[in-house]
Design a protein around this ligand. Structure first.
Ligand code: ADP
Length: 506
């Protein structure tokens, strides 16, 4: 046994000679030996140390071997206990075995007998310890797996995209709460065939893999309208899950909400078709005039030709204006991301716009009154954008005014906003016109507007800008009696992040 593990043995015996003799014998054989001279000492040592083997004398004056055995088994269940006695009866043998003794050693015993028994005991002890280690390792592994599983579950459950895995029979093996929300389901039974309950397009994405039954790295995706009228649009992607041997184990799908993106896409395509329509009419008109002029068989007079050319010029001018306005819109959209926010003096902006429009003001013969408050706080905004808002409203107030009419621009500080009013004494608006005023390309068509040119984009640009500053625009008007446009800008400090895309000036 040299160099190898030395089993630890406890001998509990009240017979001194036997204790010492056995200890010596066992130590020579490579055991590490402890002794106890009575039951009490035996219990104390045996319960405190996890001996490999304990040899317990049955008959001792204070506590007998059975009592010592019971105590040791309670605290050190893996110690292999032998009962040694000269008075072995069948009954005590049965009782001791029941209480967990490994075996009997009849006294007196020869060294060989003892060593043989202890060797068996050692084997048993090794077997028990190995089993115990294995069990502990397995438990540790299970714990680790359980921990990994809950961690993974927490992650999967926190994902906002819907997620579901099915096995190759189409039965659910995993899903997260977002998936239930998308599919409008209360719950899903694990290992239940789900394919039939799915939207046909989603079922098809899964079936693409299940039908062939083969693993591939391909993935399929589709945009699916889960709720009608564009209320819920999702992008679904399915991919195959491989098994350890490289075959198909199942399919995983990921569902992403793209409702918002779809809405924007729709608005954009609506806008594009509206623009195309608006461009087409004047172009067709100009083309018509040119055709007439070029067609000699029509035989236009010089005067008619001139008239058609003038009309073409008018149409092309308004087309150019429309293209410029459209460019403004697209520039503005780009600009929200690159604004140059400054503390603006609103009065300065108004005065510079009035100056800029002086020629139009004089041409129309309107009078401009400024009623500007001198205690306004600065407005944190992009100068170009606010100038554009005031310019558009002012040029409308001139354009839709009466000859020799007037315009009043006033402003004041409300509790937490700056109010700007632009009133004119112009043609005014009918109630039904008022509601559509801010729509792209809308132009009121009535007796009074038929000779005034425009694109119908000015007010939509104004509204976009004002709302991007969380502001408001309202209009009051009486047909034939003028209009009042009221703007309200919340007063914001520099760096207030409510302004979209705001970037403080360097
Ligand atoms: P545009 O002036 O180029 O037609 P806008 O978007 O600026 O386009 O205005 C849309 C429509 O609203 C105008 O065509 C006009 O009918 C009406 N409108 C705008 N401002 C006034 C105003 N101050 N008075 C009367 N009508 C107005």
């Amino acid at each position: 046994m040299e160099g190898a593990y030395k089993p630890k043995v406890l001998i509990v015996d009240d017979e001194k000679g036997l204790r010492i003799g056995t200890k010596r014998l066992l130590e020579l054989e490579g055991y590490v030996v402890d002794t106890a001279e009575n039951g009490t000492e035996g219990i104390e040592k045996g319960t405190n140390t996890d001996y490999d083997i304990a040899i317990l004398d049955l008959k001792m004056p204070d506590k007998d071997g059975i009592e010592v055995l019971t105590e040791i088994r309670k605290f050190q269940p893996n110690t292999i206990c032998f009962i040694a006695t000269a008075y072995a009866s069948f009954d005590t043998a049965v009782e001791a075995t029941k209480l967990g003794a490994f075996s009997y050693i009849p006294k007196p015993f020869s060294p060989d007998e003892l060593l043989q028994q202890l060797e068996r005991g050692c084997e048993r002890r090794k077997f028990i310890l190995d089993a115990e280690n294995l069990k502990r390792e397995r438990e540790a592994r299970l714990l680790e797996v359980a921990f990994e599983k809950t961690r993974l579950n927490t992650i999967i459950n926190s994902i906002k995209d819907g997620l579901m895995a099915v096995n190759k029979n189409g039965e659910t093996v995993l899903y997260n709460p977002s998936l239930l929300r998308y599919l409008d389901l209360e719950t899903l039974k694990i290992e239940q065939n789900i394919i039939g309950q799915l939207h046909p397009q989603i079922a098809e994405l899964i079936n693409k893999f299940l039908v062939t039954g083969e693993y591939t790295t391909k993935s399929y995706s589709a945009q699916v309208e889960l709720k009608p009228n564009g209320e819920l649009f999702v992008d679904v992607t399915s991919s195959a899950i491989p098994s350890p041997d490289g075959k198909l184990a199942g399919v995983v799908i990921v569902i992403k909400n793209i409702t918002q993106l779809k809405k924007i896409e729709q608005l954009k395509s609506q806008f594009v078709s509206m623009v195309a329509h608006e461009l087409k009419t004047p172009m067709a008109a100009v083309l018509g005039f040119i055709k007439l002029i070029l067609d000699e068989s029509v035989g236009l007079t010089k005067e008619q030709e001139r008239d058609f050319l003038n009309r073409s010029q008018l149409r092309l001018n308004s087309l150019l204006q429309m293209v410029n306005d459209l460019l403004d819109i697209s520039r503005m959209e780009l600009k929200t991301a690159h604004r140059e926010i400054k503390q603006l003096d609103v009065n300065e902006v108004i005065k510079s716009v009035v100056e800029f429009l002086q020629f139009e003001i004089e041409k129309k013969g309107v009078k401009v009154n400024l009623e500007l408050s001198d205690n306004l706080p600065a407005l944190a905004a992009d100068q170009d954008e606010i100038t554009r808002v005031i310019t558009n409203l002012m040029s409308n107030a001139i354009k839709y005014n009466k000859e020799n009419g007037s315009i009043t621009i006033s402003n004041k500080l409300l509790s937490n906003s700056i109010q700007i009013k632009i009133s004119d004494t112009g043609i005014g608006l009918k109630p039904e016109e008022k509601n559509r005023l801010f729509n792209e390309f809308y132009r009121a068509k009535n007796e009074k507007t038929k000779n005034i040119s425009g694109t119908g984009l000015g007010l939509s640009i104004v509204k976009r800008i004002v709302e991007s500053y969380s502001g408001k625009i309202e209009v009051e008007s009486e047909y034939g009696n003028g209009s009042v446009f009221t703007l309200c800008f919340p007063v914001k400090k520099l760096n207030d992040n409510n302004i979209q895309g705001e970037k403080p000036a360097e």
